[in-house]
Design a protein around this ligand. Sequence first.
Ligand SMILES: O=C[C@H](O)COP(=O)(O)O
Length: 255
Amino acid sequence: MNTRKKIIAGNWKMNKTVSEAKAFVHALLKELGDYSAADIVICPPFTALQAVSELLDHSSHVRLGAQNLYPASHGPYTGEISPWMLREFYCHYVIVGHSERRIHLGESDEFINKKVKAALAASLHPILCIGEALEERQRGIWKEKIGSQLELDLMAIEEKQVVDCIIAYEPIWAIGTGKNATSEQAQEVHFFIREQLTKLFSDQIAQKIRIQYGGSVTPHNAQELLACPDIDGLLIGGASLDVLSFSSIILNKKL
Ligand SMILES: O=C[C@H](O)COP(=O)(O)O
């Protein structure tokens, strides 16, 4: 039995206006009551961060996360947002390296490594997303892909800092497809990730780092995934957009 507290995060991606976000948070807080068994994180788009931040009690167990940052404190980076701007809204977490940004915006491991470091330097917890494509799984090279992402994305990060990272294993073939990894497949990869963290850092550090699963999580498959020994939480896309489905996953309630 490990002592890692579960962490369940909702990544809203490019969804919800400010008024929709506010309505969601009101309803979610009502549903959750004084629940505190897991850390809960909501990651709205930048435009709704301030509104959501104002609705969340900053000492609350429901924390605010951003979906991205730029690895500089300020300057001529049109359209970008710095870690310190996120801190101003009391963000505690920031998603880094999501496959949608790697694929659509060409983000490299080198750039993602800079983002992880920038987040940590601003006392934000990076949720570092890694995962293989369908073709890489079919060719049997998922270990090489995930091992390399971990090594490059966490390059030159000290042990005392890396414990503040959360790793999210998101097989690309499972994202938004309705085809989640089975709990056996996910546990196998999470175990591998922890082994790699042991090699890169130490067993003591690897045992502390929380590893989330993401990819077509629903109220129907969440508990089976969460029951796996190396799955320490979930990063949820589609099912986090609806209060009842997100809260039923958190509270383990039947819909
Ligand atoms: O960040 C979340 C993931 O990309 C999973 O998205 P999904 O739950 O809609 O498959």
